[in-house]
Design a protein around this ligand. Sequence first.
Ligand SMILES: [Zn+2]
Ligand SMILES: [Zn+2]
Length: 232
Amino acid sequence: MAIVSKFFNTFFPYTCVLCGDHARKILCDSCFRKVKPYSGKRCVECSRPLPDENNVFCAQCLKGVAFEKGFSLFSYEEIKEIVYSFKYRNMPYIVHLLRFFSKEIRESGIFNDVSLLIPVPMHPKKIRKRGYNQASLIAHELSSIFHIPVAYDVLIKQKDTLPQVGLSYKQRLINLKGAFLIKNTERINKKTVILVDDVYTTGTTIDQCALLLQRNKTHPRFFTLSTTLLTH
Ligand SMILES: [Zn+2]
Ligand SMILES: [Zn+2]
């Protein structure tokens, strides 16, 4: 029995995040096959899924956004269990899943001519509680795939805000007022940079960060692991 268990631990060092089976990587082969980048119609600006095939932009981008463009790899609905484990079950190594999708990310063109990756920051109090900022882990992983440096000291979260979930558009803006601060602006001057986060939900956080970057003579884009449908 011990030999069998040793065999599994050597060749299948992981426990599949989704089904709990022995796995060679973060997911077992069967679950991994089900995880696919979103392939349906997307908004041409923010890449959010578009339910109406006739639309080119989502309602939010039509209103105007501060970022140049954005790309999210997965539909949040299809990987929400994985995102939840990544954020709340102390499984930071889930970030390595990105390595298996570098081709799709590269083909999106979002990293072309980009000088710097900037993770959406978390308040230090929240980082202490969770142990890590998932956006920083994603930025670090992308940096090792695409060889673009990460700046952890440019965008700072100075206010411990409420979760954005359940707030109206107006409340979200009030919640985020004065939440972020830009430092070391000489590092971003006139550069194309990418904001990095785990989920693109209402888009308010990314857009507020992009606005700050844009005001500091920067061309902001964004990359998130996943994106939701626009629900408002
Ligand atoms: Zn599995
Ligand atoms: Zn859009």
